[in-house]
Design a binder for this molecule. Structure first.
Ligand SMILES: Nc1ncnc2c1ncn2[C@@H]1O[C@H](COP(=O)(O)OP(=O)(O)OP(=O)(O)O)[C@@H](O)[C@H]1O
Length: 349
C-alpha cells in the first residue's frame, strides 16, 4: 500500500516559505499531478516525499509508515522509502549500457544474477526497450532515454513513483507518445504516481486528480473535470483552461435558478450549493455562443485557427476580453452578439 498522507507540511528556505501548511492525501494507486506556475513549490513537495529534503513543519506517512516528522525528527532516507524517482534530466549513467543502467539499482541491493536478469528483462520489455539493451545512452533519442529512466525506476518495483517534469525536454509529438507510456506504466504497475508539471494539458490528460498549487499552497485538489468546470477561486479559474473571470454585481434567486448580474446583463449561473455568496463567474468559451440576438455586444480582436474551429478573442463594450469558439470564420474588427449560458460562479473568499 502506498497511500501518501501529508499533515500540516511546511518547508522554509532561509526564512522564505516554499510550502505552507499542506494537509492532503494521495490514495494508493492514484495518478496525481502537481500543477502550478514556476516557483509554487511543486519540486519541493516532491523532494520532501522522496526524502531529499526534511520538512520544516508537519509529518509525512507513506503506506501508514512515518517517513518524515518535523516534530520528532524522524527522517527515513530515500533508499528505504521504496519510491522511484524520474527526473526531467533522465540522470542516466553515461558510461553504462541501457541494460546496466536499468539493472544497477538491483546490483547495489545485491540481488542474485538470475533475479537481476529476469527483472531487468521485464523492465526493458515493459518500456519497449528490449532492442536497445546494448546501446549507450548517448546513442538514444530523448524519448528513449526517458524510457530508460522509467525502466530503471520500474525494476525496483517501487510502491510509489515521483516524476519531476519528465517530458519537459521532449518535442510535442514525443511528449504525446510518452504520456501513453506513463499511462500504461501506471495501469500495469498500479503504483501511486505523483507527477510534477506546469503543463495543464499534460496534467489533464494523465492524472486522476490534480493538485493546483500557488505560493506554496494547494489551491484546489480535484479531478481534471471538476477543476475545469467548478474552480474554487480566481487563481484556479484562470490557471486551468481558457476563459475570463468577471465580477458579479448582484445575485437573485428565481425559483430553482440563481441569476447573476455580469457585464451589464443578467444570466443564470451554476454554483456550489454550499456557498452562500458568489463574487465572480468564470466564462469559458463553451459558455459563450455567437447570436445576433445576444444581449452582449463584442468586437473581434484576434482570430486563431484551432483546426476545424476558430478561437475568437473578443472585447465587450465594457472592455472585458472574452473567448468564444466558432466553426464560422470571422474577421478581426467584426461586431458580434454574444449569449452567455450558465457559467460557473464562485466566491473569492
Ligand atoms: N534549495 C533551495 N534553497 C533556497 N530556496 C529554494 C531551494 N529550493 C527551492 N527554493 C525556493 O522555493 C520555492 C519553490 O521552489 P520549487 O522548485 O519547489 O518550485 P517549482 O514549483 O517546482 O518551480 P519550477 O516549475 O520552476 O520548477 C521557490 O521560490 C524557490 O526559489
Amino acid at each position: 500500500m502506498a497511500d501518501i498522507d501529508l499533515s500540516s507540511v511546511g518547508k522554509t528556505f532561509a526564512g522564505t516559505p516554499a510550502l505552507q501548511d499542506i494537509t492532503t492525501r494521495f490514495e494508493d494507486g492514484e495518478f496525481i499531478a502537481l500543477l502550478g506556475p514556476s516557483g509554487c513549490g511543486k519540486t519541493t513537495l516532491l523532494r520532501i516525499l522522496a526524502g531529499f529534503e526534511l520538512p520544516t513543519r508537519g509529518q509525512i506517512r507513506i503506506g501508514g509508515r512515518d517517513m518524515a516528522n518535523a516534530d520528532t525528527g524522524v527522517m527515513m532516507p530515500p533508499e528505504e522509502r521504496n519510491i522511484g524517482f524520474v527526473f526531467q534530466s533522465y540522470a542516466l549513467w553515461p558510461h553504462m549500457s541501457v541494460r546496466r543502467n536499468v539493472s544497477y539499482p538491483l546490483e547495489i541491493r545485491r540481488f542474485s544474477k538470475a533475479d537481476i536478469a529476469t527483472q531487468t528483462d521485464a523492465a526493458l520489455a515493459a518500456t519497449g526497450l528490449g532492442d536497445y539493451a546494448d546501446r549507450m545512452p548517448s546513442d538514444l533519442s530523448g524519448g528513449q532515454r526517458q524510457r530508460v529512466a522509467l525502466a530503471r525506476c520500474l525494476v525496483s518495483d517501487p510502491c510509489a513513483v515521483l516524476l519531476d517534469e519528465p517530458l519537459a525536454n521532449l518535442d510535442v509529438a514525443l511528449r504525446a507518445s510518452m504520456q501513453g507510456v506513463f499511462a500504461d506504466f501506471h495501469k500495469r504497475t498500479g503504483a501511486t504516481m505523483v507527477y510534477v508539471t506546469h503543463d495543464q494539458a499534460e496534467a489533464m490528460a494523465m492524472a486522476d486528480r490534480i493538485a493546483v498549487m500557488d505560493q506554496g499552497r494547494i489551491q484546489q485538489f480535484d479531478t481534471p473535470q471538476t477543476l475545469y468546470e467548478r474552480p474554487k477561486n480566481r487563481f484556479v479559474a484562470e490557471f486551468v483552461g481558457r476563459g475570463a473571470v468577471v465580477p458579479v454585481h448582484g445575485v437573485a434567486r428565481r425559483g430553482e435558478e440563481l441569476r447573476a448580474q455580469i457585464l451589464g446583463t443578467e444570466v443564470a449561473v451554476q454554483t456550489d450549493p454550499e456557498k452562500s455568496r458568489v463574487s465572480h463567474v468564470c466564462l469559458r468559451p463553451e459558455n459563450l455562443s455567437i447570436a445576433e440576438t445576444g444581449n452582449l455586444r463584442a468586437k473581434v480582436a484576434r482570430v486563431t485557427y484551432l483546426g476545424g474551429k476558430y478561437l475568437l478573442e473578443t472585447v465587450s463594450e465594457c472592455g472585458t476580453r472574452l473567448l468564444a469558439e466558432t466553426r464560422a470564420k470571422f474577421d478581426v474588427g467584426a461586431q458580434l452578439g454574444l449569449t452567455i449560458t450558465t457559467p460557473w460562479a464562485f466566491s473569492e473568499d
